[in-house]
Design a protein around this ligand. Structure first.
Ligand SMILES: [Zn+2]
Length: 471
């Protein structure tokens, strides 16, 4: 069932892509018409409330159960009668349509949907989302509730002044810390799953160390791991795993640790035991699944037939492959530029600029002055300008000078220093380090089974205030 839902989700995601692009352009037009970006976002969300949620699934409506449901009489609002509705969004049903079906007027629906759209983006609606509404005798929606998960609920209420205001409902979540340590017996993934860790937690663990350890090549039976992570409960029931707060991996030749930490100026991420950031500010490459066809440096130019400095890295990829911004930044150039063909240049922090050349397509929204975040699709691979075939020429410059994107380790976030390092030691290294040490040493004593899983000794049912407060 889970696999089915995931597949359905992916299919939905895939299907929603082209319209997403169209929506982006519409969004860009709205902005250029002088409507501020926030308002345009709400408008897009409201538009989305009108779009039926299409999911490619086996057609269940032809089955007996489906047919029976069709026959079931639908409660509708009638003039002079207050009524309560409660239902789930159906396949191929938009939020708007769900309310219309209950006999409510478009105007009454619209005010509620646009107020809700201020806080919840209806593009994220999915079949099975729950909703409820209280409607008065005049057809006004007094209260509208939209729920996408046990912890994600939005409620819109009619105010005394006649307007509607939406708020995300505070759900009393309880966070417990769990420590797990174990020994690699087969593969790392398998060993961690055997230790009772969920796939998202294992994934996070591997991700945290992705630049420190080559798990494919370096993992050996006998290596040890430990981690502290959150388990999130709602009404006493385990809802999901939360953040990985600390992690350690030990091989005969090296030991790496990572601690999640939020700095005093609201930066957050993983740092090693010395306060060095384990996070990269830049993606390793602007394409996923890359094949490098030409590196930075002097080369014989295939078109010009002479030796020339190659000021970037070439990635071979089919025309149309999405190109992502490697870091947050501002677009400083977008359009045709001679031999570069269609080019996008993005300025980042600390004087770094990245350039993406020979693009076949640049979205209309990617224009000079626009802010982009890491992984925003800024164009598609092509062969425009001076190019022999589809590829991405990716270059990086610092204050006008080109540098080799592959060689520099500037990609790391800043290291912690001074008072921040002291605070990091107290808030992360000491408490989490101790827990991992304890779990690891217990694990060594008990060789079979070779793992220890313990609910946090300090936490338990009676969770200390300071524990939830940080991190
Ligand atoms: Zn190139």
């Amino acid at each position: 069932m889970v696999a089915f839902l995931l597949t359905a989700g992916l299919v939905y995601w895939w299907m929603s892509q082209p319209s997403e692009e169209a929506r982006e352009q519409l969004h860009a037009q709205n902005v250029s018409r002088g409507i501020d970006a926030a308002k345009a976002g709400v408008l897009a969300s409201v538009d989305a409330s009108l779009i039926p949620i299409e999911v490619t699934t086996p057609d269940e409506s032809t089955t007996a159960a489906g047919a029976e449901k069709e026959v079931e009489e639908l409660k509708v609002w009638t003039e002079g009668q207050a009524i309560e509705f409660e239902d789930k969004l159906e396949k191929n049903e938009s939020v708007f349509a769900a309310l219309q079906k209950r006999g409510l007027g478009n105007r009454n629906i619209h005010v509620v949907v646009s107020a809700t759209g201020e806080k919840f983006n209806f593009r994220h609606s999915r079949p099975g989302d729950s909703w409820s509404a209280s409607v008065d005798a005049k057809g006004n929606i007094l209260r509208f509730r939209y729920q996408t998960s046990p912890e994600d609920i939005w409620e819109t209420r009619l105010q005394a002044d006649g307007t509607h205001i939406c708020e995300k409902v505070e759900v009393p979540l309880e966070i417990k810390q769990t420590v797990v340590a174990g020994v690699v017996t087969t593969s790392l993934w398998q060993s961690m799953e055997n230790a009772g860790l969920s796939a998202p937690v294992v994934g996070k663990f591997i991700d945290v160390f992705s630049h420190e350890v080559d798990f494919g090549a370096e993992t050996r039976p006998g290596d040890r791991f430990a981690l502290v992570f959150e388990k999130i409960y709602l009404d006493g029931e385990m809802l999901r795993d939360g953040r990985v707060l600390a992690a350690r991996y030990i091989t005969p030749s090296k030991e790496v640790s990572a601690y999640w930490y939020e700095t005093t100026d609201d930066d957050q991420g993983y740092f090693n035991g010395k306060g060095k950031s384990l996070q990269r500010q830049f993606l390793k490459s602007p394409l996923s699944n890359v094949r490098i066809t030409s590196v930075f440096g002097k080369r014989f130019h295939p078109v010009l037939k002479r030796w020339k400095m190659h000021n970037g890295v070439d990635y071979g990829a089919p025309t149309g492959t999405p190109v992502m911004a490697v870091a947050d930044g501002t677009v400083v150039f977008s359009g045709w530029k001679g031999a570069n063909g269609n080019l996008v240049s993005i300025k980042h922090k600390k004087g770094y600029t990245t350039h993406y050349a020979h693009l076949s397509y640049i979205p209309k929204s990617i224009k000079r002055g626009v802010s982009v975040t890491k992984k925003t699709i800024i164009g598609r691979v092509g062969s425009t300008g001076r190019s022999t075939g589809p590829h991405l020429h990716f270059a990086m410059s610092v204050k006008g000078r080109y540098i080799d994107p592959m060689k520099v380790d500037f990609m790391r976030g800043p290291s912690l220093a001074g008072q921040e390092l002291v605070r990091f030691d107290e808030m992360a290294i000491k408490p989490f380090g101790e827990k991992m040490d304890a779990a690891l040493s217990k694990g060594q004593q008990h060789t079979t089974p070779s793992l220890v899983a313990a609910e946090d000794a300090f936490g338990g049912d009676d969770l200390g205030e300071d524990e939830t407060a940080y991190p």
